[in-house]
Design a protein around this ligand. Sequence first.
Ligand SMILES: Cc1ncc(COP(=O)(O)O)c(C=O)c1O
Length: 393
Amino acid sequence: MDTYQPFPLTLVRGKGCWVWSSNGKRYLDAVAGIATCSLGHSDDGIRRSLTRQLNKLQHVSNLYQIPEQESLARWLVDHSCTDKVFFCNSGAEANEAAIKLARKHGHTNRGIEEPIILAAKGSFHGRTLAAVSATGQPKYHKGFEPMVKGFEFFEFNNLQSLQSLIHKLEENAPHIAAILIEPLQGEGGVKPGEKKFFYGLKELCKDHELMLIFDEVQTGVGRTGNWWGYEKLNIEPDAITLAKGLGGGHAIGALLVKEHANLFKPGDHASTFGGNPFASKAGLTVVSEIERRGILKNVTERGNQLKEGLNKLVSTFPNQLKEARGWGLLQGLVLRNESSFNAQDFCNAAINEKLLVVAAGPKVIRMVPPLNIKANEVSEIIKRLQKTLNLLV
Ligand SMILES: Cc1ncc(COP(=O)(O)O)c(C=O)c1O
């Protein structure tokens, strides 16, 4: 169906940070499957490990115990602030699970008949009906009304806005179950959360017994230079949703919860494919390889290098570029409102320079390369961005 408008570019092969088109041209990939191919393309570690898994067992269903799933769940709880894991297949699905969990918390722990979940304006939580209803961007709702009810929105990084919404909704009796929020808004324009705001938000959650759910679908699994985006903000959520980078290019999603938020009982939620041996092995290989090769350090160093290069571009093109912002290897180059081209025009032009980048809204060019990108490849991204800018101005 006509759900995508792809670039006129057919990619047929990849290695590391590079991909090749059907006509043999080589592109530097700063999209990485939209923050997904954590270890780049055709990584030897993933290839070997998943080939072995394909030869052993692919899928059996959650009717049986799955050692690969248990090992991945064990790794995730050992390396985060959480205690239990539910596996699914995508970010939207992980958020659907979190929304159901939040409603259960509202019903069982706060005695609310119709629990409300608060989310941020400008957020993105996925395209399934509840996840898109939780998404604070009206353009994604258009044509699909009525949205799922029970979501209210506040301004991201604006404590006053959150406080007044909570006070309005909780004035007479409990009505709110949870806050669902990205630590850094990805699709909404690569906007990092501010510590002061999140500290206040956490206090409000404690005061009102609200479940705090971090959507770390884009920020999780090393993308920011820490394992989890919440580490950048120095607060711990009650639940975390993951997908994208966890599978290194293979479909897997997860909902991680602290023990007190471990509210699902047998029969409450399920997924046929969720956490199958193949997907779990993919996740397990990604996290073990990131650990074994010291890739988090690389993300911080290469992220700093990328940010520095982007800042130089901002000084070189002050009439077109406003700022560079982001964490680790999740960086955005923000266009000025007066710029003669938008982010999509830029992505199209970059293809001529054999560089793949992706828009995050109309004004932000997003770079989310593989986490194991090398210093010379980051320099090459900057060079190709500069050439693209020269083409456009
Ligand atoms: C923060 C966030 N949440 C959820 C999603 C949806 O993930 P998926 O496309 O895997 O359903 C995305 C995808 O871009 C995302 O960035």
